[in-house]
Write a protein that binds this ligand. Structure first.
Ligand code: 26V
Length: 839
């Protein structure tokens, strides 16, 4: 594989050789303002000048803001220098367009990537600051639903670390993914006003505001938009930039988030007429566009506001991209040589029509040249095969809001279908399938078709996913444009997910192989031989034990729950979805519970089953699954016979911060989706790096995890994707219920009302899904083989040495799953972008 190698020189080493705080600070001066090294009062100055506070009186929140602002001061010059270098060198630029960036907290990550940990630790000691308390003050920036959004965040970090000139573009939602509370076992959504207090990382740049013309005026009421046609209006996009710190602190790229506003700040006419509300309401309506993240990760709902959000992201970002391109003096004909735009799913796929509009109407290019540039500039990543998650937008929405872009889409479609007809005369069914416009039951634009036709690259996110995409989901397109399709297996950043999240394991790895693994994760292969070294195994298991102890303390403080660090931590964390099969997990827990009740002397390794994840607010069955997990947990945890043997906890409000603490503490990683449905899964990779063993189906990235680690080091079970497809015709879940005594006993117990005596019929919809409606996700088909895999887990855990050996092999085999590797592949084969190191 040709790859863009990330920087191997390790700045931590430099930092250690260097000269303490003064030397460290001096490294961050690169422009006209030099840090003198005597500048160790940054923190106090921030308190006095930003907050007008005596440092002695500062509360935890002010202390956080002051520390974060001081760190931003330190990185600011390198941020400026990075941009100056890009402007001077005019390299090919990558733009990553995503409706979601699940960033999490930034302070600790920025400190680590800037190699400032020694400085910050020393300063905290000297000033008597409690760092852990300060870090807990930062809100978790939850501008995403799940895997797709977190992937975007890992990618921009990797691009910065690898010195690739890149900008991430997204929306600055006032409200991120909802905060999940659990009341009486059920999910309750609370608004996440993460920007309630000033965010020290963001820099507002009103001078670079973008104007977005719209074909209609619209009014939003409770997420539903009323359109007033024929009354053109416009929105303003105000950029808010966040630094994206590459490891080593030299490259500081930008994440630019757009806030929607209106040009008519205040209508003085209306105001003096006494209509104060009318005067400000336009602004309020406009600002609803970036008010809140859509919390559904599969079914498009509340659709019209989402449509405006998607166009708003595309219009602002492309205007900005084109402005940068022209500012650097480039000719239109070189657009695809200077710009690569990656579309994160179809959410920004209107970029195809918008870029065409800019090139046709703005640059006055002819159709053929505009089309050639558009296709060569844009690339598309698909993240799901679920048909209900494939976006389609009603033609009326385009007509009302962006009629010119609709006209362009029709012309793209006319030309495209002409070639399809020419290649397949008389095949009307094929033409109907491939059309960008779905005719029945109502006219809609198929965004995946638009994205494939209007870009030069379509990729899936794991080998099996890319294969199924090509052969099933969009087979007609893969036949027509075979050269456009490829696989780019996802990855995660080892800085956040190992170096930062798991300090003890990170230190052990550095002791074993040196520091280079941080930017070259394949180096971890070198620990594989140490799996047979009992002294190393002991150190490795001690690191796991300390991560578990840290998590036990943290969750005790957060939720008041007491966990036993000597039990197996068996963890399933992800959005709650039928295809991800949290239900399979909890039914198996009930089987384990029955076994222990029937046979109190059974010798098992004590196990704690941990769940966390959010359900889309309108997804009834997913919410019922949460309730079931909690109700089973209450019964099991209060049963004295289960004490020290079996425990079940649903940890509320899954977030990046919770993941950072729980993953290092986990022994078992549950990746149990119905084969063929999980595009990739990325938590699996974080677990693997942190020494958890995977229990999983042959789905998504699990297949590649097993390839890297060896099948004997993974607990695989269940039907393959082919078997799932093949069984669709004849599968009958009732057969399993009737012929498998443990399956029946577990289901009978659940549906008898044993776990919810007040509402014994509560779980009937789950019973119906499993037994009456055919169990679409094949829970019962995989249950016995899942239970067998879990029995192997139990047995292996009893042999400490054997367990440690497999865990070490997994960590040592996780190199492929660094997002640096993924980004190197995108850069080399899709973007043709090369690193521009900042001196
Ligand atoms: C769809 C929609 C529909 C409209 C409302 C908002 C919304 C938000 C997200 C989505 C698509 C979700 C697709 C997704 O998250 N896919 C996940 O992508 C991960 C990164 O590639 C991958 O690891 C997961 O397997 C895949 O489920």
């Amino acid at each position: 594989m040709s790859r863009t190698s990330p920087r191997t020189k390790n700045p931590l080493a430099e930092a250690r050789d260097g000269d303490g705080p003064a030397g460290l600070l001096a490294r961050y001066g690169c422009g006209p303002v030099k840090f003198t090294g005597n500048d160790d009062a940054l923190y106090e100055r921030r308190l006095v000048f930003d907050h007008v506070l005596d440092p002695a009186d500062a509360g935890p929140r002010e202390r956080f803001e002051a520390v974060a602002s001081a760190i931003r001061d330190i990185l600011s010059q390198h941020w400026v220098c990075t941009q100056r270098e890009y402007d001077a060198k005019n390299p090919k630029q990558v733009y990553y367009l995503s409706m979601e960036f699940l960033i999490g907290r930034s302070l600790a990550n920025n400190v680590i990537n800037l190699a400032l940990s020694p400085l910050v630790d020393a300063a905290a000691r000297e000033k008597g600051l409690e760092l852990a308390e300060i870090l807990e003050q930062e809100p978790d920036a939850g501008l995403g639903n799940g895997g797709l959004g977190r992937l975007a965040a890992c990618f921009i970090e990797s691009m910065a670390t690898m010195a690739i000139p890149a900008v991430g573009y997204g929306l600055r939602y006032d409200y991120g993914i909802f905060r999940q509370e659990i009341r009486d076992g059920s999910q309750v959504e609370q608004a996440d006003h993460w920007l309630a207090r000033p965010d020290p990382w963001e820099v507002q740049r009103p001078g670079e505001t973008v104007n977005v013309p719209l074909g209609s005026r619209f009014e939003a009421h409770r997420g539903v938009i009323t359109v007033h046609r024929g009354q053109p209006s416009h929105l303003l996009g105000i950029p808010h930039d966040r630094p994206v710190v590459g490891f080593g602190g030299r490259t500081i790229n930008t994440l630019r988030l757009w806030q929607a506003s209106t040009p008519d700040v205040f209508d003085f006419g209306e105001f003096s007429g006494g209509d104060f509300f009318g005067a400000v309401s336009d602004r309020i309506l406009a600002e609803t566009v970036s008010r809140v993240l859509y919390p559904d990760d599969s079914t498009p709902r509340g659709r019209s506001l989402r449509f405006v959000q998607e166009y708003f992201l595309v219009a602002c970002s492309l205007a900005d991209i084109v402005a940068r391109f022209r500012r650097r003096g480039n000719d239109w004909s070189t657009l695809a040589d200077k710009v690569a735009v990656q579309l994160n799913d179809t959410h920004p796929a209107m970029a195809v029509a918008e870029l065409m509009r800019i090139l046709l109407d703005g640059a006055k290019l002819g159709w053929d040249e505009a089309w050639d540039l558009t296709v060569r500039t844009l690339a598309y990543t698909n993240h799901t095969l679920l048909p209900e998650a494939l976006e389609k937008w009603p033609v009326e929405m385009f007509e009302a809001l962006i009629p010119r872009q609709l006209e362009i889409i029709y012309e793209i479609n006319r030309r495209f279908l002409d070639t399809v007809r020419a290649d397949h005369p008389g095949d009307d069914a094929k033409v109907a399938r491939m059309s960008l416009v779905e005719e029945t039951p109502s006219r809609q634009i198929r965004m995946a078709n638009l994205a494939i036709v209007g870009t030069h690259s379509t990729n899936g996110v794991a080998a099996i996913h890319s294969q199924l995409l090509r052969t099933r989901t969009v087979a007609d397109f893969a036949t027509m444009f075979p050269e456009r399709f490829s696989n780019k297996t996802n990855g995660v950043t080892p800085r956040r997910w190992l170096l930062l999240a798991n300090p003890d394991l990170a230190a052990l790895l550095t002791e074993a192989v040196g520091e280079s693994w941080v930017t070259d994760l394949a180096m971890l292969r070198r620990i594989v031989p140490l799996a047979d070294d009992s002294a190393f195994r002991e150190k490795f298991l001690a690191a796991k034990r300390s991560a578990k102890a840290r998590f036990v303390d943290w969750i005790k403080a957060r939720d008041g729950v007491t966990l036993d660090p000597d039990s197996i931590f068996d963890t399933q964390i992800k959005r709650i979805h039928e295809y991800k099969r949290q239900l399979l997990n909890i039914i198996h827990v009930v089987i384990a519970y029955n076994r222990l009740r029937d046979n109190p002397s059974l010798d098992v390794s004590p196990r704690t089953y941990l769940f966390a994840g959010k359900a889309a607010p309108a997804y009834r069955l997913a919410k019922l699954i949460i309730k079931l997990i909690n109700d089973v947990g209450s019964a099991v945890n209060r049963d004295p016979d289960m004490r020290g043997r079996l425990r079940v906890e649903f940890l509320p409000n899954y977030s990046v911060t919770l993941a950072e603490r729980l993953i290092p503490a986990s022994d078992v990683s549950e990746q149990i989706s119905t084969a063929g449905y999980e595009a990739s899964g990325t938590s699996s990779m974080k677990f693997m790096m942190n020494g958890a063993l995977t229990v999983g189906t042959r789905d998504g990235a699990t297949i590649e995890i097993a390839e890297e680690a060896g099948e004997e080091n993974v607990f695989l079970f269940g039907l393959t994707a082919e078997q799932v497809a093949e069984s669709r015709g004849w599968y009958d879940p009732r057969w399993h219920y009737e012929h498998e005594s443990e399956t029946r006993a577990a289901l009978d117990l659940i549906f008898s009302g044993h776990f919810n005596r007040q509402e014994p019929r509560l779980f009937d919809p789950i019973r119906d899904a499993l037994l009456a409606q055919g169990d679409y996700y094949l829970h019962l088909a995989d249950l016995t083989s899942y239970a067998a895999a879990q029995a192997r887990v139990c047995e292996l855990y009893a042999d400490r040495g054997a367990w440690g050996r497999k865990a070490i092999i997994n960590v040592g085999s996780s190199g492929k799953f660094s997002s640096d590797r993924t980004i190197a592949e995108y850069a080399a084969s899709i973007w043709k972008a090369v690193p521009v190191p900042i001196s």
